[in-house]
Design a protein around this ligand. Structure first.
Ligand code: SF4
Ligand code: SF4
Length: 542
């Protein structure tokens, strides 16, 4: 396969899906007004939740740090507008379980005031070291905006044995309804090219491929215009065929370079770094404007919404207000999904906030979603394996996950499953296969957490035992020393007597010597201490 004189590769499986992109691309990008209340979860990324730094009653500026990264794989959370912290506690968040999580709630003051929270703008990023650029990215709380929400500074920091020769900026939106990346590229192509330059510098100037899909002609033209052609200055625009899920990281790497990221491996292992276009744009804002990640573009689409469009939304804005800005719900609205129809998660209600990973709000009508159908047994037709882009055996994963055989399910590389939904889409037995994979992954994750917790408890117990033993030994030694001291004090009179006797003997010897010397006739000891032998001198003179 070739495109623009550059070779492209196929990946295994995949699907051609009906496109629904034009629904939301008819109007220019707009902004959702700052809401009265912002709800910012402390966990909007892969890794550890951020640690809260503010308390109820604190006044905060826009861009102010609210929660710091708690560990290497973690990300900061900032206030997306100015106001007052009115709650730090459990609130509903966008999650399939509808569960609550720790959030910081801000009543906004309508001023959108930065105060002194904006970081200094960096005009000449080439004067900064890659480490300083990574540090700016980390300071700004940037995570992958393609949906994965992995902390970007970690992705920009490969291990010393990894040589990165290619940077991919991923604008391939494979889900059939999502157009936020397409909109960003069309409206901010110049800034994106600048972000590609910044990211190249941060990675030691590898070749950069800015990838888009073949159904994004306006985005391609905008990029070509901003770049001055299909390629320049180490940056190349690549157009890949619209096959779902070619925007998924491992599949896109395969299509663009022919390289296979190994099972359990990372793009770094094959010399690559992949960043979503939204992430790249956030890096540009962080470097050139000193802005933390406070907002993102969200596609609001589906027949269940009056005026589908793309909107710039402050993080923490309630989903209901985003839908309202897009004209509100239509009478045919049936289901609210965060993400696309293939990989998105159904939301229980619209009070939950927009978070860093919210790329799309799909309000689906009855005609746009599969109606529940009775499940049939697996007939082992193999259709699922034929379309699986990760070249897995979905029917085996399903069988072992259903039987809770979690060791077996891992032997079939469960964690290489990207949850694309291709297998469930083609399954004639209507098996909700991805639900089983998610269930198995979460069970394995839970067991792993429990194992780590019990290892930690065991290590703590052993440490305590060691400490108690050590303290016991130290106590015994202290007591032994004390006993010896007491014993030595008790025998002190004997010692004194021995010393007195020795002194007495020495004094007696001195007196004896002195008496002997006085008895000698030829030696006279004068008062001055000089010795004079008068008789001998007198005899010598005669
Ligand atoms: S497509 Fe469905 S029925 Fe066919 S093998 Fe896979 S799981 Fe079984
Ligand atoms: S959901 Fe997983 S198993 Fe199913 S096709 Fe996608 S990658 Fe393969």
């Amino acid at each position: 396969m070739e495109e623009n004189n550059h070779k492209l590769w196929h990946f295994h499986g995949g699907l051609k899906l009906n496109p629904h992109k034009k629904i939301s691309t008819g109007t220019p990008l707009r902004r959702v007004p700052p809401p009265d209340t912002l709800t910012l979860p402390t966990h909007q990324h892969i890794g550890d939740p951020a640690e809260v730094l503010v308390k109820v009653g604190d006044r905060v500026n826009k861009g102010q740090l609210l929660a710091r990264a708690n560990g290497y794989i973690s990300a900061r959370v900032h206030a997306s507008s100015s106001g007052t912290v009115v709650e730090v506690g459990q609130r509903p968040v966008p999650h399939p379980s509808g569960m609550n999580a720790e959030c910081i709630v801000i009543d906004t003051d309508g001023r959108d005031d930065w105060g002194d929270s904006r970081l200094p703008a960096i005009d000449d990023y080439t004067a900064l070291s890659p480490a300083s650029l990574r540090s700016r990215v980390r300071e700004c709380g940037i995570v992958g905006l393609g949906g994965a929400a992995f902390p970007t500074s970690v992705k920009l920091n490969p291990l010393p044995h990894h040589t990165i020769d290619t940077l991919i900026i991923n604008g391939v939106e494979c889900e059939p309804y999502i157009t936020c990346d397409d909109t960003l590229i069309r409206e901010r192509a110049g800034d994106l090219i600048e972000s590609a330059r910044i990211l190249r510098h941060a990675m030691g100037n590898p070749e950069c491929i800015l990838a888009i899909e073949s159904d994004m002609p306006a985005a391609r033209d905008a990029l070509w215009e901003a770049l001055g052609g299909e390629q320049a200055d180490g940056i190349r625009v690549a157009v890949v065929p619209t096959i779902y899920p070619s925007g998924s990281e491992k599949q896109l790497i395969r299509v663009l370079t022919g390289r296979e990221v190994p099972a359990h491996g990372l793009p770094h292992d094959v010399g690559l770094v992949c960043q979503n276009v939204g992430t790249a744009y956030a890096v540009y804002r962080a470097v050139r404007h000193g802005e933390p990640l406070l907002e993102r573009i969200v596609t609001v689409t589906g027949r269940g919404v009056e005026a589908p469009c793309n909107l710039e939304v402050l993080l923490g804005t309630p989903v209901a207000e985003v839908i309202a800005t897009a004209g509100g719900y239509t009478p045919s609205a049936q289901r609210l999904i965060m993400g696309g129809p293939m990989m998105g998660i159904a939301l229980q209600d619209d009070i939950v906030p927009v978070v860093k990973a919210t790329n799309c709000l799909l309000v689906a009508s009855a005609s746009e979603i599969d109606q529940p159908q009775p499940m049939m047994p697996c007939i082992r037709c193999g259709e699922c394996a034929r379309v699986c882009p990760a070249a897995l055996l979905p029917q085996e994963l399903y069988r072992h996950a259903k039987n809770r055989e979690f060791d077996r399910v891992q032997e079939f590389n469960l964690f290489d499953c990207i949850e694309c939904g291709c297998c469930a889409y083609v399954c004639p037995s209507r098996l909700p296969l991805v639900h089983y994979y998610r269930f198995a992954k979460s069970e394995i994750g839970e067991r792993e957490r429990e194992r780590k917790a019990s290892d930690l408890a065991r290590r703590r117990f052993e440490f305590r035992q060691e400490r108690l033993e050590r303290e016991k030994l130290e106590r015994a030694e202290r007591q032994a020393r004390k006993r010896a001291k007491v014993a030595s004090k008790a025998s002190a009179p004997d010692k004194k007597a021995a010393i007195d006797a020795a002194v007495e003997r020495s004094r007696a010897r001195r007196e004896q010597r002195s008496a002997d010397e006085s008895a000698r006739p030829d030696v006279v000891e004068q008062q001055s201490g000089e010795v004079e032998n008068t008789d001998q001198i007198h005899a010598r003179e005669q």
